[in-house]
Structure formats: structure tokens, C-alpha cells
Write a protein that binds this ligand. Structure first.
Ligand code: ADP
Ligand code: MG
Length: 696
């Protein structure tokens, strides 16, 4: 995260500062702080308003408060009861309060009578009295700089063992005071003026030691803007390179496409038609397509992708279809084979589960251009598989297909067209973040006749009733899924749990019906056989581990029973639910839980029951998991944010995106001297992934 070519002062090792010895320097290093610049960008976790100390008498249960008082007495946990809390009785001018901490026996050596403390924490009522629970605390020593630790908005930093909050804050004060002004401005003046952003140096000062709430807000806005701008600039540069690059223009007569359409038992939806026009236009253009196809589960992305694949093949090129997992690749293989084989277009599968001999033969055939369509995992681009004339790559489940893989794909031959399909609709802010380098097509319409899946939660006592319900559905001609989560660390144990369940279903519950078991350990021929039998209606109950999460398409299936539903993420549940409701029948999703749910699990289940709208689900998921996890920053290969928060700062993201696009439109490789500082910081943030310098 270092900026290069910064003024020498910023590169000063913290150890060279007065009062920072080798031991302190080591502690700072543990927080990733080695230079002055690191420290400047090490922003506080939060600020405490110590101008507004709450008198003890006014503390309210349930609220978080900052207050100050003098220690009147301490009571460590009694001997032998180390799990009891350590507590201290405190007094201020208005009255008394108890503060308590768990696992804090060491405080007996720290706290002394008559010491003054500043505390910040949540207030609770315990046995009739008010208690500050696990508050952050600081000892206020007399004679210290009062402007720093009290009587102001006080920054609170993340610390580490042996590095007290006060010492860190004092150091930060000195660093900010002496060096903030040296941080060079990176934004072009016009942008700063237009967006009314504080100068960077001032923003940094205020982000640490603001005079007032407004100053803090202004500072945060500026720093979040920079985070977003650097991200969006990088994406805009990648995108402008694609649109300027020479690609393959593919506009065959369209015989294959016509034949497939004629063979489909349905007409395309309006949304599918519209999206197909967009894709066909991109493919015909002499620049590489770089398009995201976004649509909720069941919106019919596969057939659209098949039209694109056929277009590439008819134009004389090869097409690759890639999925994140083997089972999904296998599923796609089956679907594409079913759609394309009748037209005489050969589809082959290339995954690591093939025998080495077989694999080598297919790779050779692919390199010789003998295989028009290959389906595999993302490893198809990663492992250096060679194509003779790769014209189109379709990538499903982009979450795990990051910027870098996209770049690697571009390197493969003649800038093939890229179509990325997402199964989960992504909130707009996230889409802009993750796919700022792609054009977006949206399937915002489900095929006609779809009915929302009735979703309910049940607990263990209802198990027999649930089984009866499954049986009734099967008697009516339907089929059902029973899904078991990954519960243990070990795949072998998971498999055992799932097989035990399948055996119980087969032997005890549905002895007269056919129960199949699908799991990740099976080889492709076995999985293929089970899926074919399920599709053909020969298997009534398909028990499965989460391998069926995505992609499986059996319209006759009408019930999805999820065991231990509380262990699944919300998007995962939505995907699972998307496996039913694909035919004209009323469909059901039953979320079976232990009944004793944590708050977050409860919210996930509630979200599922209350809506079937993928966008709302995705938004709930983003809120529950936080952006980092939701889109797996590391996997995406995107630079991380220092300040910005995708949820809170969405409006700033939009502004930053507009500026990034304007900048790149005028100066695609940032060669203008006015953009020099920006370019330097950009390269550092993207850590080599932009290769700006070499492009010049
Ligand atoms: P997803 O977008 O989740 O990948 P699929 O491509 O698997 O969705 O399509 C879901 C189901 O809808 C499949 O059974 C597919 O055959 C069917 N389907 C796709 N398009 C249409 C349409 N226009 N009319 C009716 N059914 C359709
Ligand atoms: Mg799909």
C-alpha cells in the first residue's frame, strides 16, 4: 500500500522518530506500520466524543456511552473463579457506576484507587444496578497534554499487545502534526473543486484529529473518494484498453442460431431477446466483447450463452465455457450437449477428473482446433490450455473469476470475446466495483408461468410431517431434493453424514421409492448417470451435499428441503431454492433448522422467507456479510479500500466513477503531467496489475 516517489519525509522509518525505540518499532511493525506514510494512512477505528462525557447518573441501559470517573475500589474474581468478571467501582460528580471485564485478571495489577479513567462502552442493567460492560478504558494521567486525550474528538486506534492506546495516539499526533502537510495532493485540481473535496493533507489531519464532527465527515468523504477513484480508474483503464483493442469480428449468417431457436420448446422472453441483440452486436464488432450477463436464478442465461457459442462456432472459431466447480462444469456440459448436439455441433468436457490419457488427447485436439466447444472449470485459462482459434469464452459464476483471470484470458490468442454470467444479481454498488471494466446486460424477466416458490421454515418436531409432504408431492408425480450442508472440516465426514442421510431416507422413510445420492467425491460418469436418471424421473428423491447449489435444472422437481438451513449463507440458499419453481407446478422450499438460531442466522432465514427477489436477497447478503466477504476481495484481485465502505459510501462511489471515466476518456494511459501523482498512486494500489508503465 505504499506510494512510491513520495517526498522523503514520508518514507522516514518510524523508528527514527524521537521516543520510538526498537521495541516500540517492533510493535508498530506488527500493525503494518514501518514508515511515517504508513502511520498517516493508519486511520482510527472510531472517534470518541470526550467533549461530551456522560455523567454516571445519566447513563441509559442499552446505550453506548463515553464517561470518566475515579476508581473507588476494585474487585478481582474470587480465587478459583477465573471466569467471573473483574470489576471496578467508579465515582464521578454525579454518582457511582460499576465497570466489568471478563478474562481481565491482569487489571488487578493495572488499576489503583484514585486513578482517573476515561471509559467507553455499552451500559447494561445487572441485578438492578447499571454496569458498563467490557468498556474500552484509558488511564488519564495528570499533567499530560489534555488537548490530545480528553476534551475533544479523540481517535481510537487498533492496538496490539504492549502498545497502549495513549502511546499510539501520542505518536500519531506527532506524526500527523509534523508530516501530514507533506503528503502530495493526488487529485487534479478540477476534480477536487468540482466534487468539493478537502485537500488530501487536510483530510488526513482531520481523519485523525478532527476539531468537530463536520471536519471528520469531510475528511472521510475525501479519503473514501480516493479509494473509489483509484479502483474505478484502474477498471476504466482496463476497459478502455479492451474497447480500443483489435478483436475478432464474428457475424456469420446465423443458421445455427435459427436452428436452435426453432428447436426450443419455448420462445425467448423479451429480456432474452434484448440481451441477445446486445451480445450479437458486441460479437460482430471488431473489438473484444467484455460483457456481464446478469440475471436472477432461473432467468434463462444458459440458452442465451448457447446462442453466443453457436455464433462463434458458425464463424469458424472455438468457444470455451467455464464454471467455478467441476460439478457445475459437468452440468453445463450436459446442458450444452443437449442443446448443441442435435445441430451437429460437438461439445466436449475437459476437467481434472478425466483420466490423464484422455485429458491429454482432448487437450491436443483442442490445440489442433478439432473441438469446437469445450466445457471445463476456470482452470481452462489458468493451466495454459491451448486453443487453435479461441473466439469466445463464456464464464459462469464470476464471483471467483477475478480481474486477473480475465486478463489472462485476454492474453490467450486474438482477444477472444468474453461473456461473464452471474447467477446472483449483484447490488449496483458492488457491480460497479467488481465489474467496472465490463458492459452489463440484465435479464430482468423470468420465463412466463413461473410461480414464486413457497418458502417456509420448520424445526425438527415437524420432520415426519415434512416427509409425508414430500411423499404427497411424489405421488402427484413430482420429484424432490434433500440437501445436506458441509458440516465438518473433513470431506470424508461430510460424505458420511450425507450418505447416512441418504440411507435413512432410502431404507426407513421411502423404502418403496428410489433415492439417489449426489456428492463431490463421485466421478463424472456416476454423477452424470444419477443426474440423467433424476432428469428422466427414475429417481424420486435426490439427496445431495451442496454440489447441486448451482446450475442444476430439472423442471419436474418441486420441493427443495434444506437440512441445517441455518448453516448456509443467504445467497447459497437462494441458489438452492432456484433449483425448484422451474416448471408449471407450485413449488416449495423448506428450511429445516435446529430452532435455536443466532441473531444473524435468524436474519438470513427471515430474508429467505420474506422475499424471492434476488436483488433484495443480494442486498441482504451484502449487509449481513459485509463487502469484504461478499465479494472476496482477495479473489477478485482488486485493490483494497483504506477508508471507503461500500454500503455507507455508495453515493461517493458513483461520483468517483464518473470522474474516473472522464479522466480515462481524456487521457487513457494517464500520461498527462496533471495526472502524474494520480498515476503513481494508482500503480502502487494495483500492485503491478495495471502495467501502465509498459503500456507507454
Ligand atoms: P439460469 O439463468 O439460472 O442459468 P437457466 O438457463 O438454467 O437459468 O434456465 C432455467 C430454466 O428455464 C431452464 O429449464 C430453461 O430451459 C428454461 N427457460 C429458459 N428460457 C426460457 C423461456 N424463454 N421460456 C421458458 N423457459 C425457459
Ligand atoms: Mg445457470
Amino acid at each position: 500500500m505504499k506510494q512510491t516517489a513520495a517526498p522523503p519525509g514520508l518514507a522516514t522509518p518510524l523508528q527514527f522518530l524521537k521516543g520510538v525505540g526498537p521495541r516500540r518499532a517492533q510493535q508498530l511493525e506488527r500493525k503494518g506500520l514501518s514508515t511515517v506514510e504508513d502511520a498517516l494512512f493508519f486511520l482510527p477505528l472510531r472517534h470518541e466524543d470526550r467533549t461530551q462525557l456522560t455523567p454516571f447518573r445519566r447513563l441509559q441501559p442499552g446505550q453506548a456511552a463515553t464517561c470518566a470517573g475515579t476508581i473507588v475500589g476494585v474487585s478481582p474474581p474470587p480465587p478459583g473463579r477465573s471466569r467471573a468478571p473483574f470489576s471496578a467501582l467508579l465515582r464521578d460528580a454525579s454518582g457511582y457506576v460499576t465497570a466489568s471485564w471478563f478474562h481481565a485478571g491482569y487489571l488487578a495489577r493495572v488499576f489503583k484507587r484514585d486513578q482517573k479513567l476515561v471509559l467507553h462502552g455499552r451500559v447494561a442493567r445487572y441485578k438492578g444496578a447499571l454496569v458498563l460492560q467490557q468498556p474500552d478504558w484509558e488511564i488519564v494521567e495528570s499533567g499530560e497534554d489534555d488537548r490530545l486525550h480528553t476534551g475533544r474528538l479523540v481517535p481510537v486506534y487498533s492496538t496490539t499487545e504492549g502498545l497502549p492506546q495513549r502511546a499510539l495516539r501520542s505518536l500519531m499526533w506527532r506524526v500527523v502534526d509534523a508530516f501530514a502537510r507533506e503528503v502530495p495532493e493526488v487529485l487534479p485540481e478540477a476534480v477536487r473543486a468540482r466534487r468539493r473535496l478537502a485537500p488530501l493533507a487536510q483530510a488526513l489531519r482531520d481523519a485523525h484529529f478532527p476539531d468537530a464532527d463536520e471536519a471528520l465527515g469531510t475528511a472521510r468523504r475525501r479519503l473514501a473518494f480516493d479509494d473509489f477513484l483509484l479502483l474505478q480508474l484502474g477498471l476504466a483503464i482496463l476497459r478502455s484498453r479492451t474497447t480500443r483493442a483489435r478483436g475478432i469480428a464474428m457475424s456469420p449468417r446465423g443458421d445455427f442460431v435459427r436452428q436452435l431457436r426453432a428447436a426450443l420448446p419455448y420462445a425467448l422472453t423479451g429480456a432474452q431477446e434484448r440481451v441477445w441483440v446486445e451480445i450479437r452486436r458486441d460479437m460482430a464488432a471488431p473489438h473484444p466483447m467484455h460483457r456481464l450477463l446478469q440475471g436472477d436464478v432461473g432467468s434463462g442465461k444458459t440458452v442465451v450463452a448457447a446462442l453466443a457459442v453457436l455464433t462463434a462456432v458458425e464463424a469458424g472459431y472455438q468457444a470455451a465455457v467455464m464454471a467455478p466447480t467441476e460439478i457445475l462444469a459437468e452440468q453445463h456440459f450436459m446442458t450444452f450437449r443437449q442443446l448443441l448436439a442435435p445441430l451437429g455441433v460437438d461439445v466436449s468436457l475437459l476437467t481434472s477428473s478425466l483420466a490423464p490419457r484422455e485429458r491429454a488427447a482432448r487437450r491436443a485436439a483442442l490445440a489442433a482446433g478439432e473441438l469446437p466447444v469445450v466445457v471445463g472449470t476456470h482452470a481452462l485459462v489458468q493451466e495454459g490450455v491451448a486453443f487453435r482459434r479461441l473466439g469466445l469464452a463464456v464464464v459462469d459464476e464470476q464471483h471467483r473469476f477475478g480481474v486477473q483471470q480475465r486478463a489472462r484470458l485476454r492474453e490467450k490468442g486474438e482477444h477472444p470475446d468474453l461473456l461473464v454470467m452471474t447467477a446472483t444479481p449483484i447490488p449496483r454498488t458492488l457491480a460497479l466495483t467488481l465489474y467496472g471494466d465490463l458492459d452489463v446486460s440484465v435479464l430482468d424477466e423470468l420465463p412466463p408461468g413461473r410461480r414464486p416458490v413457497v418458502t417456509v421454515t420448520r424445526t425438527e418436531p415437524k420432520r415426519r410431517a415434512i416427509y409425508k409432504f414430500l411423499r404427497d408431492q411424489i405421488t402427484e408425480g413430482r420429484q424432490v431434493y434433500v440437501v445436506y450442508p458441509l458440516v465438518e472440516e473433513s470431506e470424508a465426514l461430510d460424505l458420511k453424514a450425507a450418505s447416512d442421510m441418504a440411507r435413512r431416507l432410502a431404507e426407513d422413510v421411502f423404502p418403496d421409492l428410489t433415492v439417489g445420492l449426489l456428492h463431490g467425491r463421485l466421478g463424472f460418469p456416476e454423477k452424470d448417470a444419477i443426474m440423467r436418471r433424476f432428469k428422466a424421473g427414475e429417481i424420486h428423491v435426490l439427496a445431495s451435499t451442496t454440489v447441486i447449489e448451482v446450475g442444476i435444472d430439472v423442471p419436474n422437481a418441486s420441493v427443495m428441503l434444506v437440512e441445517h438451513a441455518e448453516r448456509f449463507g443467504v445467497s447459497q440458499l437462494h441458489q438452492l431454492r432456484g433449483r425448484v419453481g422451474r416448471g408449471p407446478w407450485k413449488s416449495f422450499c423448506i428450511l429445516l433448522t435446529s430452532g435455536r438460531l443466532g441473531e444473524e442466522a435468524q436474519r438470513r432465514i427471515d430474508a429467505m422467507v420474506s422475499t424471492s427477489d434476488g436483488f433484495k436477497i443480494a442486498e441482504a447478503d451484502l449487509e449481513l456479510r459485509g463487502p469484504g466477504e461478499f465479494f472476496g476481495t482477495r479473489q477478485s484481485g482488486l485493490p483494497e479500500f483504506r477508508t471507503a465502505d461500500l454500503l455507507r459510501d455508495a453515493a461517493i462511489l458513483e461520483e468517483a466513477r464518473q470522474e474516473a471515466q472522464a479522466i480515462v476518456a481524456a487521457d487513457p494511459e494517464l500520461r498527462d503531467p496533471a495526472h502524474r501523482a494520480l498515476r503513481t498512486v494508482l500503480l502502487a494500489r494495483w500492485r503491478g496489475k495495471l502495467a501502465l508503465a509498459s503500456a507507454g
